[in-house]
Design a protein. Sequence first.
Length: 155
Amino acid sequence: MSVAFRREGDDEHLEPKFELPIPPGPNRVTARGLALISAKLAELEALIPTLTDETALKSARREHRYWSTRQSSAQLMPRPDGSKVAFGCTVTLRMGGRERTITLVGDDEADPPAGLLSFTAPLARAIADAEVGEVLDFAGKPDAIAIVTIEVSED
């Protein structure tokens, strides 16, 4: 029988499982972000010994490798002074006639609907190093963003 007609098993036709993608660039984190990574690792380390389903176990181990890598590469950033927009600052800005408050955080901590924006996002890069009162161009539009306030949380 020709090799073309032989089928070893169903596993050869399954979608391959790849590692979770690591965001490019430095892994900058806030103190909160580092705590979230540690909590996620602890949760996975407690979960893995309890899993009996092979698919769930593989998925949990893959996720554990991701978070272990993120923890080992984490760069805890110093607390900003608040004089300029920097990693860890909470910024109120006016854009399109509306005020919006965002906090610049690391990739794993980012949650845009909650106002946590990754420092690698285009908006974050556009306002980096700006000062209160400064008006900035964004997305090809002149004077699209006005920096209203810059705050630094106490944690």
